[in-house]
Design a protein around this ligand. Sequence first.
Ligand code: 8YV
Length: 314
Amino acid sequence: MKRTILLMGGLMLPPEIAELEKQFEVIKLYREPDPEVVLQDRRLDIQGICSLYSRPVTKSLIDSLPNLEIISQFGVGVDNIDLSAAKSRGVSVTNTPDILTDDTADTAMCLLLAVSRRVCEGDMFVRVGKWQSGPLPLGRALKNKVVGIVGLGRIGQAIARRCAAFDMTVVYHGPRAKPDLPYKYFSDLAAMARHADYLILACPGGEDTQGIVTADVLDALGRDGFLINISRGSVVDEPALVQALIEKRIAGAGLDVFQNEPHVPQELISMDNVVMLPHIGSATVETRTVMGRLVIANLMAHFAGKPLITPVAA
Ligand code: 8YV
């Protein structure tokens, strides 16, 4: 008999969903008109969850599923999962690290270039015929600028390599210095922001980084500074960011993530110096394909009694 898996969201590509359905009985929670009723009816059957960043896996969900054994996250960030609740219930958690590093770093570079060189503004300028009346205002060069990366993990390091290739000087902030890496470390985020022209957020979400980009950090970044966020909306005090942009206390922002996705602050919509993406860090066919395969491979390994491929440390 097939084991039952709860699929929380629909980002996995059709071939991987088909494969998941070949191996397991799949409850597509996101398709259910009344998810609570399904969760109640099927609570004893569910042995695995396929989760993703936009769907919280809370202590109450974990506790309501007595036969839950594994949560296989479609993504690297696991801040949507109550890890201590999973641990205390003995539920394993896996994620999809490494395979989305390059795409996510590329997304940061897209935003960095787009806000600096006015790419989206320029595109609109051509489309609406403004070019005939004069040139687009000048952008800002990346070369010789200082980029401060918050979180020099896998994705942060991939961004650092790309920025170095653009002749930028890389510095970083995080919980600890990484002496093996050739970049200057700042233990104080505001001090790094003061020193940097660009602040790129690449740290994990969750309690430790909640709201660390405050109004003070944005003021330290300053009138000529740009904020790029490909991490989590929760890392930034979003109302403070909106205010800093309105008052032109920072030069602009490139944002792939927001506090309340898919909703974005209304004030940002009309701002030329803000480029927004709908959380597409890993959103390529290639990467989403291997992410889906890894989600399934972790489930298969678990139920076959084999070691998990990419366990999240409890
Ligand atoms: C993914 C992400 O697209 O991996 C993550 O943590 O935020 C994104 O890059 C997302 O997880 C897909 O579910």
